[in-house]
Design a protein around this ligand. Structure first.
Ligand code: 2AM
Length: 222
């Protein structure tokens, strides 16, 4: 019946509690404010915006709503493996529970702005292993050899016209470069951590102190 058709959400994920949302928004805006004033960033502006003109990163990235870490994109049941995921025992058992997510890095590309999430063994139980999201990214074939859960992230903003799904793909691209042994160019010790440039507009800030973010495992219907 019609009820059954809408019984699967747009996606499952961890939704950050509101107190930590505010803190992360502040921290990430501070980071953007500093990043676009750095000489190293200005040097690579061409990669970033196609022009040598300055960009205001705080304006460049549009917020994308409630901060969350998607575990499984179900597309109301149309995505592959959606039903199987929703029926997993771990998913049912954890639904509505609070988890502590660890945000270890911030990254910026010309398309997206995100935070990398390092999942614990317990949290990986909620990561789709079968229809492994990482392995479906055709544009980053090497991502298939990254550890499970590498894609886990919180989207903090997207450039105009860019869909949030791109954030995970951008993260996988950076992690793939790291895995292939690219050291990147360590450009700056910032208060928040070490900033590294991976070429073609890809920036990664490894946080000195990972941000611990309480988050509720739930789903979004929209
Ligand atoms: P995000 O997880 O990078 O933010 C609704 O569109 C949510 O589902 C967004 O949070 C989005 O990206 C995520 N999403 C959309 N399409 C997806 C896909 N094909 N695979 C994984 N996540 C997707």
């Amino acid at each position: 019946g019609p009820l059954e058709e809408v019984s699967l959400p747009l996606y499952f994920g961890w939704f950050l509690l509101s107190s930590i949302q505010d803190k992360i928004k502040c921290t990430s805006m501070d980071f953007l404010k500093t990043l676009d004033t750095l000489e190293a960033f200005k040097k690579h502006l061409i990669d970033f915006s196609g022009k040598a003109e300055e960009v205001d990163l705080e304006q460049y990235f549009q917020p994308t709503g409630i901060l969350h870490c998607t575990t499984k994109f179900c597309n109301y049941g149309k995505a592959e493996g959606a039903k199987e995921y929703a029926e997993k025992q771990a998913v049912k058992d954890s639904y509505g529970s609070i988890f502590d997510l660890s945000l270890g890095a911030l990254f910026v590309t010309p398309r997206t702005f995100g935070a990398r999430v390092s999942l614990t063994e317990e949290q990986l139980q909620l990561w789709p292993a079968d229809a492994d999201a990482e392995k479906q990214v055709e544009s980053v074939p090497a991502a298939a050899s990254l550890p499970l859960g590498s894609r886990a992230h919180v989207t903090l903003g997207c450039a105009e016209g860019v869909e949030p799904v791109q954030t995970g793909i951008d993260l996988l691209e950076i992690l793939t470069l790291q895995q292939e042994g690219q050291q990147g160019e360590q450009v700056e010790e910032m208060e928040l951590g070490t900033l590294t440039y991976y070429g073609t507009g890809k920036w990664l800030l490894n946080l000195r102190e990972p941000i611990s973010a309480p988050a509720c495992f739930s789903s979004f219907y929209g």
